[in-house]
Design a protein around this ligand. Structure first.
Ligand SMILES: Cc1cc2nc3c(=O)[nH]c(=O)nc-3n(C[C@H](O)[C@H](O)[C@H](O)COP(=O)(O)O)c2cc1C
Length: 447
């Protein structure tokens, strides 16, 4: 992810300094060339040897250290840096950065950097709320530095309040967001749906499916890293949710429909990767359904067809993409869905293929558009997400033979309705509307 990228980490005298060992390790696993710069006070909190071992590079503390290969280190590092993250940033170092003071290796290097500079303050709440500190942060912002707001919670000094260093994963994501990709999706509003809906049977039981939300989360993350403004509407997920995207939590297919409908009009690209139940209990019992000696049947009714609704109501130029999870006749069923739902692209996968489907970190997909059908080899969901957006951008820009499908008013003569009970195609098994899961797995979870 970060091959050929040079990341500088500036660590200052804060109790949170130890967390940067994990950040360093995460960045190394992404193949970044990591260099750590510590203030002298930071070395009271964590030993530089830790970072030297993790990075394979000398940890720089003293500007006038003669014990290294000769070059004017602060300048050469600043020249090759793709990004500098100062975390945890002490009140003292923030003051220096705001005031243009360069009296140690970290602040001198920061002064020489032209790459993006991110500051993640961490300190006691009283220090954080001090108007001088706030003014200094404002000054840093005005000079183009990015400030990551600290978290609130229990602080090391025993106080409760704002000033905690955010989770390591957020700090890494802040770096990825700035340097991983070119911003070829800047200015685009993207809506992604993810996860498995939960359809209540009674106050303690529900019907759901195996979706982890990983594919949708990967799509949201990649779009955000490519510069898009991302909204992620998510039902139940068991995966990590990316930072720096707007998250809307929903539970049922009906909630998902309402949430999508509320924002769809303002979106440039919509990708429906959620596993939405096609059927929901006709009635939700107010009390827990009691066990009896006889068998039990639960009548189900159709849920709203979200993709059908979007195809019917989209504005010109909006790109719509659905997922199709099949167990047989994948291409045929997916092409039918493309036409029927009036969408631009279907990402088809077969849950029976090894490396594809629910819960895995990989997927094996075929990208189907009006005029093309591209079978991709097994790849990570992160890579699949990238390929999906490459294809979508080519559709939008007219680079390929495909064109964005027009609105109903412009071209269609097909009837697709969003009516809850309108859709009866029993072969239409897909991720977005997981008929098979809900039908086969009506096995309700009992608490
Ligand atoms: C145990 C301990 C924890 C500290 N934690 C923080 C902190 O989280 N944030 C902060 O701004 N200062 C903290 N300080 C104070 C700084 O270490 C102090 O202001 C120091 O001069 C900062 O030096 P530096 O900015 O050169 O690293 C702490 C001090 C001690 C003794």
């Amino acid at each position: 992810m970060l091959s050929n990228k040079t990341v500088l980490l500036g660590i200052t005298g804060s109790i949170a300094a130890y967390k940067m060992a994990n950040v360093t390790s995460m960045l190394k696993k992404m193949h970044a060339d990591v260099h750590v710069l510590m203030t002298k006070n930071a070395t009271n909190f964590i030993n530089p040897i830790t970072f030297e071992t993790l990075t394979g590079n000398k940890c720089l503390v003293d500007t006038f250290d003669r014990n290294f290969e000769f070059s004017v280190e602060h300048v050469s590092l600043a020249k090759k840096a793709d990004i500098l993250l100062v975390a945890p940033a002490s009140a003292n170092v923030i003051g220096k950065l705001a005031g243009g003071i360069a009296d140690d290796m970290l602040t001198t290097t920061a002064m020489a950097c032209t790459c993006p500079l991110i500051i993640s303050p961490a300190m006691n709440t009283r220090m954080y709320e001090n108007p001088i500190l706030q003014r200094n942060l404002e000054t840093c912002k005005q000079f183009g530095m990015e400030i990551i707001e600290p978290d609130s919670g229990h602080l090391a000094c025993g106080d409760e309040g704002k000033g905690k260093l955010p989770p390591e994963r957020l700090l890494v994501e802040a770096i990825l967001r700035r340097i991983r990709f070119e911003k070829d999706m800047a200015g685009k509003k993207v809506l992604i749906t993810a996860g498995a809906t939960m359809e209540s049977i009674d106050p303690v039981r529900y019907i759901t499916n195996h979706s982890s939300g990983k594919m949708g989360a990967a799509l949201a993350q990649v779009a955000m890293q490519r510069g898009a403004e991302v909204t992620l509407i998510k039902a139940n997920t068991t995966c990590e949710i990316p930072y720096f995207v707007k998250v809307v939590n929903v539970r049922s297919a009906r909630d998902m429909f309402e949430a999508v409908r509320a924002v769809a009009g303002g979106m440039d690209i919509i990708i429906k990767a959620a596993a939405v139940a096609d059927y929901t209990p006709a009635q939700v019992a107010n009390e827990k359904v009691k066990k009896a000696d006889s068998d039990l049947s639960i009548p189900l009714k159709r849920t709203a067809d979200i993709l059908g609704y979007l195809g019917e109501n989209r504005r010109t130029g909006q790109v719509l993409c659905g997922f199709s999870m099949e167990t047989e006749n994948m291409l045929e069923n997916s092409r039918a869905k493309l036409t029927k739902k009036r969408v631009d692209m279907i990402v088809a996968n077969n849950v029976k293929v090894q490396g594809a489907g629910f819960g895995t970190d990989t997927n094996v997909v075929t990208l189907i558009t009006k005029r093309s059908c591209e079978e991709l080899p097994i790849m990570s969901k992160d890579e699949v997400a990238g390929r999906i957006f490459d294809k979508i951008l080519s559709l939008k820009q007219g680079d390929s033979e495909d064109e964005v499908v027009g609105t109903k008013k412009e071209e269609a003569n097909e009837e697709v309705t969003a009516d809850t009970n309108a859709e009866t195609n029993a072969t239409d098994t897909n991720v977005e509307e997981t008929v098979e899961d809900t039908k086969q797995e009506t096995a309700a979870k009992e608490s």
